[in-house]
Every structure is written in structure tokens, then in C-alpha cells.
Design a protein around this ligand. Structure first.
Ligand SMILES: [Zn+2]
Length: 223
């Protein structure tokens, strides 16, 4: 539970920051933001070097990004000020536990404890497709994946050679034929020979794939 002094301090801190942000949004290098859209002050782009357009675009994007950031923080400050008025400030909105005052000093807009803060930036900025596909081509999970995924596609072409060297791998690689992830993984067959025998579109035998040599060597070694 926050003391009355702590609550007053928090409120002052929030209001001070709110004022700073509002000034930042209204006062853009001494001019209202809207009037300063053309950072370079050119009336026409007709005779400008293309590089100047790039500079101007960059400046505008930077201003927009900074403004967006300030606006988001303003919203969070307003929410925190509302929480103070409602008497819910300093209590986690998720679990109802007290938020340590040290946290409120560091993050005055915090409405939850650290455990329930979540990584909102991460969650809101990741591409949605990452929910269904793995961002990592070699997911380090224990269970074996049986469906044909990006890793399998890479293995299929990588067995014909890559620019990898032994130093690119954590585990020891004896042969340049093994310079791809999980090169020793058994793929596409229930019996070992099925892994290197290939067939043409008619299903007729058409030769062996490059990993055939390794099989023969292992076979000789273990015989
Ligand atoms: Zn909590």
C-alpha cells in the first residue's frame, strides 16, 4: 500500500512528464509540428537532388516515430493518473498485489507488477505468421518434428554442398558432405538404402544421391 506522500510524489512525477511530452508534441523545433512538415523548407522538389528527398523523408519518418512514441506514453500517463483518482494505483491490475514503490519510481506508468507486465513491445511487433511457423530453421526442441518443414527443405538442397565450413557448426563434422544441420538425420525411408536411392518421375531407379558414399563407408566400418 502506498503512503499518501508516495502517491503525491507519483502524481507529480506523472504530471511533470505529461507536461514535457505535451510540449514536445506541440513545440517542434520552435514551430508547431504541422507547419514544420517540410524539414528542408523547400517549396518544390523539382530541382532537388534525389539524395535530398531521402534526407527529407528520413527526417519526416523520424519525427513521426518520435511523435507516436510520445503519444503512446501520454496515453499510458493518463491511464496511470486515472488509476490514482480511482485509488487503484500501486496495485497490480492482474493479481492485485502491491507494486513495489521502487518499480513505480522507475516506471511511473506501471499498472501491473513485474510478473504481469508482459513483453508488450515484443508481442505487438512480431509478424503474425510466427505463431504458426518457427522463426528458427533449427528449433532446439526435444521432440522430433515429423512434418516437412523449412529445415527439411534446406537439408534437401544443402546435401549437394554449401559454403559452410567446420567452424560454422558446434558439433564435429568430419566431411564436407555433412556441412548442413542434422546431416546424420535419417530422412524419407524406413530402411537405410531408401535414403539414397532415387527414382525418376515414373518411379524407376535413377541412381543414388550424394549421401550414398557415407552409407557405404559406415557400412564398411561396421562390418
Ligand atoms: Zn501481478
Amino acid at each position: 500500500m502506498l503512503t499518501k506522500e508516495q502517491l503525491t510524489e507519483s502524481k507529480q512525477r506523472l504530471q511533470k512528464r505529461k507536461k514535457e511530452l505535451q510540449e514536445q508534441l506541440e513545440d517542434h523545433f520552435g514551430k508547431p509540428y504541422e507547419q514544420n512538415k517540410e524539414t528542408t523548407g523547400e517549396l518544390s522538389n523539382y530541382d532537388n537532388h534525389p539524395g535530398d528527398h531521402g534526407t527529407e523523408l528520413f527526417e519526416q519518418q523520424k519525427d513521426l516515430a518520435l511523435n507516436e512514441h510520445a503519444e503512446t506514453e501520454l496515453e499510458q500517463i493518463d491511464e496511470a493518473l486515472q488509476a490514482i483518482d480511482k485509488g487503484t494505483y500501486g496495485v497490480c491490475a492482474v493479481c492485485g498485489k502491491d507494486i513495489p514503490y521502487e518499480r513505480l519510481e522507475a516506471v511511473p506508468t506501471a499498472l501491473t507488477c513485474v510478473d504481469h507486465a508482459g513483453d508488450t513491445i515484443y508481442e505487438s511487433s512480431r509478424p503474425v505468421e510466427e505463431e504458426v511457423i518457427s522463426p528458427n530453421i533449427n528449433p532446439e526442441i526435444e521432440e522430433e518434428q515429423v512434418e516437412y518443414d523449412a529445415e527439411d527443405a534446406w537439408q534437401e538442397v544443402a546435401r549437394y554442398g554449401t559454403s559452410e565450413t567446420p567452424s560454422d557448426f558446434y558439433e564435429d563434422k568430419e566431411d564436407y558432405d555433412e556441412m548442413y544441420p542434422n546431416s546424420d538425420e535419417e530422412t524419407g525411408g524406413t530402411e537405410n538404402p531408401e535414403e539414397f536411392l532415387s527414382s525418376d518421375i515414373e518411379g524407376d531407379y535413377s541412381g543414388v544421391t550424394p549421401n550414398h558414399k557415407k552409407y557405404e563407408e559406415d557400412y564398411d566400418k561396421h562390418r
